[in-house]
Write a protein that binds this ligand. Sequence first.
Ligand SMILES: Cc1cc2nc3c(=O)[nH]c(=O)nc-3n(C[C@H](O)[C@H](O)[C@H](O)COP(=O)(O)OP(=O)(O)OC[C@H]3O[C@@H](n4cnc5c(N)ncnc54)[C@H](O)[C@@H]3O)c2cc1C
Length: 414
Amino acid sequence: MSTESVDVAIVGGGIIGMSIAYQIARRSNLSVAVFEKGVGLGEGSTGGSSAITRQRYTTIENVRIARDGNVIWRNWSEYVGNDHPNGSFHDIGVLWMVDDNPDVVAYDQQRMSAEGIDVVDIGADDVVDLFPAISTCMVPFDLTGEVEHVCSPGDRFLLERDTGFFDATGALLDVSIAASKRGVDVRLNTAVVDVTTDGNRATGVVLGDGSTISAGLVVNAAGPWCNQINAMVGLEIPWDLVPTRIQVIYRALPEEVARPIPVICDSAGGIYFRPEAGGGQIILGSILEEDEMEAVDDPDDYAKVANRSFIDLKIHALHHRIPSLPYKGIPGGMASLYTVNRQDVLPIIGPTSIDGFAVVNGFSGHGFKESQVVASMMAQWITGERASFDTDIPMDFFSIDRTPVEIAEHNVLA
Ligand SMILES: Cc1cc2nc3c(=O)[nH]c(=O)nc-3n(C[C@H](O)[C@H](O)[C@H](O)COP(=O)(O)OP(=O)(O)OC[C@H]3O[C@@H](n4cnc5c(N)ncnc54)[C@H](O)[C@@H]3O)c2cc1C
């Protein structure tokens, strides 16, 4: 078989790999190929993503990444060069009901607004005015129902007004179309089965049909399969990147429940939720570390339906937060994977000890909102060129060689 050649070979066509391809193509003439083993787009984490674009994080770098990403979500049509994109932004607000201590809320409000984020510190009455269906109770809710619960309103809450969620599969389709239009070779149904090397340098990829594509740079953007790609090139990393089963619930949101409903992070019940794009459904997930512990050995083989016990527990928390939600219908749920970096729940991004081999892995539940900014960092590093919507945040913070970053919470809210 003949050997083709590209400048950059990207393994994995999820939101990370495809966005890197697009960000390279919109600023340079480098030849780029994306190899995606799925027959369609979104078969990995991206297809299951809740795609919430909140900007509150422990580290200021993550706050800034989310903020710079938010500018892109807001200007999506211009960014992808498409007057009729498939994905749409829903800036319905993100309401943080995680710590009602006035000092904590005021601190977060100040440090985020100093970064240019539209965020306000509001009281329980404001919550009721803005979102009449939402209970302002901040008393931890016993999900087993064994302890009698008496609601009591919280004090202060944080509301991010300029963000919400995006449509994950629409975004993936849009960057794929935009990349293809700029000459990126997007190959679906094409598994990478090996990475070729010459001494300490990666030189290309071997595909399932036995053909070899030589490449100046191989990028591991394989999501929960990332460890398999690192093993192909013999890269050992000091990070535990664990493919982890994550469950979400879908629940009807009937007309009688007052709108609007924002994105909500709720520590009293240990849940987050948001309305689905059409508004007739709620997507609900967990914010608890204990629900991010189910390691999966083989990312191609895990239970894709949510556990009934998980649904039953979390749905109580939803009824606590939306008391007018009628107890009718049977909520369903699904499970998909994301890769948890067990050391500091931040991704590893950039070059590795193998020349010509880079990693973009371990996003731990934050990868959708970070995708376009991380792709900007990678494209600036690969091409040396700048483009519109570029971030100024240095990539080194996420280097594979860093010391694990100290973070307050080892969960999806970190
Ligand atoms: C339930 C859930 C909720 C989430 N909620 C949010 C949220 O609210 N906000 C947020 O920012 N993030 C969220 N995330 C996380 C976010 O979706 C992920 O971080 C992001 O989608 C990761 O994208 P990726 O491209 O790295 O991985 P993936 O989407 O998994 O893409 C990797 C791709 O690589 C392909 N691949 C693997 N091996 C090979 C191979 N050998 N050859 C070719 N192709 C290969 C796979 O088929 C896959 O399509 C959530 C994730 C889940 C699962």
